[in-house]
Write a protein that binds this ligand. Structure first.
Ligand SMILES: [Zn+2]
Length: 200
């Protein structure tokens, strides 16, 4: 075994049998420092097999780390879909400063109908999810333009559902008070406002 003098740090090679099991006072031949030496712990020399398992012990956390990193990176890039399934995770992404925005590329506005009741324009339609996974329902911006292109009214509305399941649609409804006798053009666009972590 090797003994290191705690005072001058000289290393001595010594037969471990010469150190009593309970420890023993030894004296450094270089600096005369005396200290209590402990016998080596009962640790067998590492065999080749144990070396492999030691390598495995180092590699396994590394592999797990890589897997976890992969999951984290996947979770970050796919966070809109993941949080559509597990809305509770929105808080975590929010805390991490990772904004979750609805993915609108697979959503389509269908069955858009507008009718007048007096001076009030009533607009209804459905937001269809054409993806194979859940999707956050985006806020919708309803814009009413007159025939010469001036904006008469605009309103941001929320579809009925927060999350739209695959091949399903969420209804939306808007009511805008306009002048009578207009023949306006109504457009509905999907916004990419961040998905709120708290229930709406
Ligand atoms: Zn010494």
């Amino acid at each position: 075994m090797l003994l290191t003098c705690p005072n001058c740090e000289t290393v001595f090679r010594i037969d471990s049998d010469r150190i009593a099991k309970a420890g023993q006072a030894v004296r450094c031949s270089v600096c005369s420092h005396v200290w209590q030496a402990e016998p080596p712990m009962l640790m067998p020399e590492a065999e080749p097999g144990e070396m492999r398992s030691a390598v495995g012990a180092v590699l396994t956390p590394f592999i797990i780390l890589v897997l976890v990193l992969g999951l984290v990176i996947g979770g970050v890039t796919q966070r809109a879909t993941i949080t559509a399934y597990v809305p509770g995770l929105l808080v975590l992404f929010d805390k991490a400063g990772l904004t979750v925005r609805p993915q609108t590329d697979k959503l389509r506005i269908v069955d858009l109908k507008a009718d007048y009741a007096g001076d009030t324009l009533r607009l209804r339609g459905r937001l269809m999810n054409e993806a194979s996974v859940h999707a956050h329902a985006p806020a919708l911006e309803v814009t009413v333009l007159s025939q010469d292109g001036t904006s008469l009214a605009s309103q941001v509305i929320q579809p009925d559902d927060r999350v739209i399941h695959p091949s399903k649609a969420s209804d939306f409804f808007a009511q805008l008070v306009l002048g009578e006798g207009l023949e306006p053009t109504v457009t509905v666009t999907m916004r990419d406002d961040p998905v709120a972590a708290a229930p709406r």
